[in-house]
Every structure is written in C-alpha cells, then in structure tokens.
Design a protein around this ligand. Structure first.
Ligand code: NAD
Length: 260
C-alpha cells in the first residue's frame, strides 16, 4: 500500500484518466476525492470505487474554473479528513479548430479549464500541504506539453503552460516538502479522444481510420494507444515518491510518440 491513509483529490475524475487514477490511488490505500462538474456523476464514481476497493471516498461538485467552488470543495475535504496529501489537477476538455477560425470564447474556455483550474486548485491546497510539511501536486499535461499539432492552439498552449506552473510550485514548495510534476500522456481512448476522431476527420478531410492511424498513432513505436492504466502508474509514482528529488519534472508516457 503505497498511499496508505493519504488524502488524494483528483479533478475531472468522474470519467476517463481521472477515474482510473482515483481507482489506482484507492487500491493503494488512499482516501479519494472525486471532484467533477456534476455531483451525481461524481458520487456514482466515488461509490463505484469504494465498492471495488473498499477505500473511503468523497464526491465534490467542482467546476475548476470557479474560484468559489474550488475553495469550497477543498475546504469540505479538509473539514472531513483534516489533510490533503495529493492533488491531481486533471480536469480538461478539447476543442479543435484551425487558428484562423478559433473563437475567442473557445480560446478563453480552454485556457480557463486547463490553466485557471490548475492554478485555483493548487492555490487552495497549498496552505494545507505547507502546514503538514508535505504534499504532491500533479498536473495532467500531454505530449502536447512538449509538441504541437494542428487544430489545437489553446490546448497546446495551455499544456505547455502547465510545465511552467509546475516548475514554480516545485521551487516555492520545496522548503515545505511540496513537490509538483506533470504527466504527459499520448493519445488515450477516453470520451475526450473519441469525440475528436470524427471532428478531426472532418477538418482534415480524411477518414476516421486515417485520423487514428496517420495522425494520432503515426509516430508511436508500435501503433498503440496509451491506456488509462499506463497513466495511472505514472500518477502513482509521482504521488508516492518520498522526497524532493523528483520535482519540477514532466514525464512522457506515449508509446514513444515523443522522445525527450
Ligand atoms: P474525459 O473527457 O474522459 O474526462 C474529463 C473529465 O473532466 C470529465 O469527467 C469532465 O466532466 C471533467 N471536466 C471537464 N470540465 C471540467 C471543469 N471545468 N471542472 C471540473 N471537471 C471538468 O477526458 P480524459 O481523456 O480522461 O482527460 C483527462 C485529462 O487528460 C485532460 O486534462 C486531458 O487534456 C488529458 N489528456 C488526455 C489525453 C487523451 O488522449 N485522452 C492525452 C493527454 C492528456
């Protein structure tokens, strides 16, 4: 049990990668907080994970772009369990469009969810971690934190930005035992990616099979998708690593799509 009695908050965890990370943490002994937009869905996921793993869980309705909702959600966790050991800022969406027709409102929405969300959740957790003298903050980046693709201007911009934010947290947090790192997955078959396949096929004028084969998996070493389980393994490593030796880092898990 690598996270016994730790309290871990995972945003955007009613679905996809976040749900898998929360399940992994629960199976390693953590008390987990499912923080997602819709309380009903968050509660259903929390209940499912408790049933599967026996771990304590809590559901919080939280739009990560809403300062008051973030602060209230984190306070509710501290009130219930008295501590926060791990934050995984994972909530995210994708909107694809060529730059020349990207609306300002979609641009702002993307930056708000990925960057404001990371900032607001981190800011709300830090005082509790500083008080305890330890904590692990993990951002869900992407290969797009390192690499660009057409049609994804705000996503690529925001995912690059998370690396900068993590480095600042690593420097400011060090004396309080707080670490910050970024996970950079390749394509993972979740609702976020399934939605993009027909959208990209339309924008690029190619078939959906071609989007998968020649866009998404083209540069991998084995034409395979990364899985939610692969990402959860990295999330466990960052959450459980015991010292400041591993901080300010970003780790790519992408079947070799991007090699550093
Ligand atoms: P998903 O759509 O399965 O899950 C995203 C979750 O975030 C959903 O439950 C959704 O309700 C929640 N969410 C959306 N907006 C929110 C908000 N404002 N506040 C709180 N919750 C919100 O997607 P996923 O693929 O699991 O993506 C999770 C993260 O992983 C995202 O940050 C995404 O950019 C990143 N990522 C995904 C892939 C991939 O290929 N799927 C690759 C690299 C990085």
């Amino acid at each position: 049990m690598r996270l016994k009695d730790k309290v871990a908050i995972v945003t955007g965890s009613a679905s996809g990668i976040g749900k898998e990370i929360a399940t992994k943490y629960a199976s390693e002994g953590a008390k987990i907080v499912i923080a997602d937009l819709n309380l009903e869905k968050s509660q259903a996921t929390a209940d499912e994970i408790t049933k599967e793993t026996g771990a304590a869980s809590m559901a919080v309705a939280m739009d990560v772009t809403d300062e008051a909702a973030v602060n209230a959600g984190i306070e509710a966790v501290v009130k219930k369990w008295g501590q926060i050991d791990v934050l995984v800022s994972n909530a995210g969406i994708q909107i694809v469009n060529p730059l020349e027709s990207f609306s300002l409102s979609d641009w702002k929405k993307m930056l708000a969810i990925h960057l404001d969300g990371a900032f607001l959740t981190t800011r709300a957790c830090l005082p509790h971690m500083y008080k305890a003298g330890s904590g692990s903050i993990i951002f869900m980046g992407s290969v797009h934190s390192k690499e660009a693709s057409v049609l994804k201007a705000p996503y690529v911009t925001a995912k690059h930005g998370l690396i900068g934010l993590a480095k600042v947290i690593a420097k400011e947090g060090a004396k309080h035992g707080v670490r910050a790192n970024v996970i950079c997955p390749g394509f993972v078959r979740t609702p976020l990616v399934d939605k993009q396949i027909p959208e990209q096929a339309k924008e690029l004028g190619i078939s959906e099979e071609d989007v998968i084969k020649n866009v998404m998996l083209k540069d991998t070493v084995d034409a395979e998708f990364t899985t939610t389980a692969d990402v959860a393994e990295v999330a466990l490593l960052f959450a459980s690593f015991p010292t400041n030796a591993l901080t300010g880092q970003s780790l790519v898990v992408s079947h070799g799509w991007f090699m550093q």
